[in-house]
Write a protein that binds this ligand. Structure first.
Ligand code: HEC
Length: 249
């Protein structure tokens, strides 16, 4: 009891109390300063002990074969089997593969197909899309063939044929954030940001998106206060004139 009394007496001493306030303020300030260095790590492996033989084996497999980190890219369109879209998909698949840090890229444009060889017997492997279809018959045949494959539908192409998925397998040691940025900029280059309609109608999302405000860089976050799609624009009328590519193209 006496010690508590003595402590209360000591702590209510003016200079001691101010010292406590000062120390807490300095520590809070230092904490705020260090906030800048906080890093988010969502890699489950990072939380497992590396000395554990099973975890070590897992690392070893990853090092030799890669492919533990996978970036999923979804691209929506009106019709996946539109030759113009398939051409772009082929291009993006090829050009993504050239990014250093990506081991392998898989999409409808390069996925391998197994067909029975009717002449010689056995099975032949060939790309599912050997050439981009040109005539409406070729498009129809390709659509029927692809949509009949259980392993493609729901994985590389959506059941309504309005979206594709591109799988990007990261090489061992590649930085996931850097790779995500490189992949995003390549995909946006090949599929320029469109002005999406919902059921043919202009909605809020036609003109607005939240990509810039979600960037890590605080400057970029505030660069687009009106959330305008395709921002930043130098003047608001630059945004307005973007319309002519939709209406008159
Ligand atoms: C035809 C394109 C278009 C559509 C559709 C549209 N907006 Fe906008 N919106 C704009 C433009 C352009 C601005 C910026 C006006 C300015 O800076 O003066 C804006 C500004 C805003 C702002 C103000 C941001 C700020 O800085 O104060 C909000 C909020 C907003 N829109 C929400 C919506 C919502 C919600 C919808 C759907 C109901 C919608 N907008 C539909 C073009 C559009």
């Amino acid at each position: 009891m006496d010690t508590m009394k003595a402590f209360a007496h000591w702590i209510s001493n003016r200079s001691v109390a101010w010292t406590v306030v000062a120390v807490v303020t300095i520590m809070a300030g230092a904490g705020l300063f260090q906030l800048r260095n906080i890093q988010q790590d969502d890699d489950i492996l990072a939380f497992l002990p590396k000395e554990n033989p099973d975890v070590g084996l897992f690392y070893d497999v990853n090092k030799r074969f890669g492919s533990l980190d996978l970036a999923l890219v979804g691209v929506e369109t009106e019709d996946v089997f539109d030759p113009a879209f398939l051409g772009r998909l082929k291009r993006v698949t090829k050009e993504l593969k050239d990014i250093s840090g990506l081991d392998h890229v898989l999409s409808l444009a390069n996925v391998v197909d197994f067909r029975p060889d009717l002449d010689k017997g056995g099975i032949v492997t060939a790309p599912t899309i050997r050439t981009i279809p040109k005539t409406s018959e070729e498009i129809r045949d390709l659509r029927a063939h692809v949509m009949s494959k259980d392993h493609l539908v729901g994985n590389l192409v959506s059941a309504d044929a309005k979206a594709v998925q591109v799988l990007c397998f990261l090489a061992y040691g590649a930085d996931p954030r850097e790779m995500a940025a490189a992949i995003r900029s390549k995909v946006e280059e090949v599929f320029p940001q469109a002005w999406p309609l919902q059921d043919g109608n202009i909605t809020c999302q036609t003109c607005h998106d939240v990509l810039l405000p979600m960037k890590a860089d605080p400057l970029l976050q505030s660069a687009n206060p009106a959330f305008l799609r395709g921002a930043p624009y130098e003047t608001l009328s630059d945004f307005c004139f973007a319309c002519d590519c939709v209406v008159f193209n």
